[in-house]
Structure formats: C-alpha cells, structure tokens
Design a protein around this ligand. Structure first.
Ligand SMILES: N[C@@H](CCC(=O)N[C@@H](CS)C(=O)NCC(=O)O)C(=O)O
Length: 254
C-alpha cells in the first residue's frame, strides 16, 4: 500500500535536498571503459564497500579518455576516485588508500591484503605493486600503440612505411621485453597461488589488469599455463564477475 501523498511529497523533498550531499560524500569511481580502473572495482566488490560508478567512454578513434576526466583530476586518467573531500589518482595509490581506509574489517582470504612489513610476502607484495606500473604496463601499452599506429588515418603512401617501422620496433624492442615478462610471471606463478604467496594480496589487484592485457594480446595461453590458471582463478571470483558486470569488458578488443 502506498503512503499518503503528503508523506510521499515530504520524502521526495528530503531526497532532493540531500541528494547532492550524498553524491558528494559517497565514494565514487570514475571508470573509463576497458581500463586499469577494473582493479579498483574488483577490490571494492571484494571488500563490499558501497560506491557510485561514473562511466566514461574512450574517444572511438584515438582511444583516449574524454576531457571530463580532467575536471576530476588534472591528469585526466582513469582510475581516479573521489571519497568525500579526497581525490585519489594512480591505481596503486588508490588500492592502498582503499585497503588502509576500508580493509581493516576484511575477513577470510581478504584478511591479509597487506602483509606484515618485514615478511617475505610483504617484499613480494611491494615488488609486484611497483612492477605492474613501473615496468610491465609500459611494454603492454607500447605493444598496443605500435599495433594501432598503422591502422590510424594517414596518407596512403605513408602507411607501408608506418607498418614496417612499427613491425621493426615490435620485433626488436617490444616483443622480446613482453616475452621476458611473461616468462618471468609464468615461473613465479608455477610456485605461488597468488603474486605475493599463498594468499590473495593487494598486489593481485594491481597485477590483474596487466595479466588480462598480456593474455589478451596474443600470448598463447598454452605456452603460459600457470599465468592462464592464475587468470582463471581471478575470473572465477564472484566479486571479479560483479566488477566486470558493472564496469564492462576489461581489455579493449583489437
Ligand atoms: N599509472 C596510471 C596509469 C593511468 C592511465 O594511463 N590510465 C589509462 C587507462 S588504462 C587512461 O586513462 N588512458 C586514457 C588517456 O590516456 O587518455 C595508473 O595506474 O593509474
């Protein structure tokens, strides 16, 4: 049974009055489609933290972020979150902020997202947190850029030159580095369930997008079975699936 009209009007006025405040204070993820922001959605889903999701589309031609992201943070990249008066950019910094702010109550296999300093797990966790963005993602982004350049609009007589140049850079520089990275991760994951050891760790969230991107870009799953099994473990988690359902596909289709 519906409430009397006067109560309904009061309720609508109340919501209208407080809506801007709720939106301002609520943790908001500014999520660019097919981006590293997936890491943040996955962590929030695991922790069960309520959040608002603001979706941004890439420019269909350039694949760059829309200018509105610069209104959130001067770098204009995703992920970026706002939480009350805080604005946090850089996925590693965001993951650390979320674990420090909301991770204390986490239980079960989420209880040790940040291992105790001084332990081997802590050193591994630090390593993979830095390696993801400091080294690995650079090669994966370069690979995507050099695959994409020859497909961009350009005078017809330039295209064969662009194609050959990009193929050379890929063969001599990018592919060997991606191959080394894949072999390195494969060996590590042949001894460990998760990147920092036997427990799910903050570094797994940071590495998740790189693993998805690496396996999506031509690395044969059969050659890297441990890496593929790691990805399957991650994708099997209900929180990961909820994050994908809300944020959309993780990596760009080529
Ligand atoms: N190191 C940054 C990288 C941020 C970044 O480059 N994000 C990409 C999405 S994966 C982006 O915003 N690209 C759009 C653009 O550069 O315009 C992080 O980890 O947050």
């Amino acid at each position: 049974m519906l409430a009397p009209v006067k109560y309904r009007v009061t309720a609508i006025k109340y919501v209208a009055k407080w809506y801007p405040w709720i939106i301002h204070t609520m943790l908001t993820v500014h999520h660019l489609e097919t981006s590293r922001s997936q890491r943040v959605l996955w962590l929030l889903e695991e922790l069960g933290v309520p959040y608002a999701l603001k979706l941004y589309q890439r420019n269909p031609l350039t694949k760059l972020a829309p200018p509105e992201l610069k209104a959130v943070h001067p770098l204009g990249k995703s992920p970026v979150i706002t939480d009350g008066d805080e604005t946090v950019a850089e996925s590693g910094a965001i993951l650390e902020y979320l674990v420090e702010t909301y991770g204390a109550q986490a239980q079960g296999d989420l209880a040790d997202l940040q291992p105790a300093p001084g332990t081997p797990e802590y050193r591994q966790s630090r390593f993979w947190m830095h390696y993801a963005e400091g080294s690995l993602m650079n090669w994966l982004v370069m690979k995507l850029v050099f695959v994409t350049i020859p497909t961009q609009p350009m005078p017809f007589f330039v295209r064969p030159i662009a194609r050959q140049l990009c193929a050379q850079v890929q063969a001599k520089l990018i592919d060997p580095n991606v191959e080394t990275a894949l072999a390195f991760m494969e060996t590590h994951l042949s001894h460990h369930v998760w990147f920092a050891g036997e427990e799910l760790d903050i570094a797994d969230f940071q590495m998740s997008f790189a693993v998805e991107a690496a396996l999506a870009r031509g690395a044969e799953v059969a050659r890297f079975p441990h890496l593929a099994a790691y990805r399957a473990r991650m994708q099997a988690r209900p929180a990961y699936q909820r994050a994908v359902a809300k944020g959309g596909p993780v990596v760009m289709s080529q």
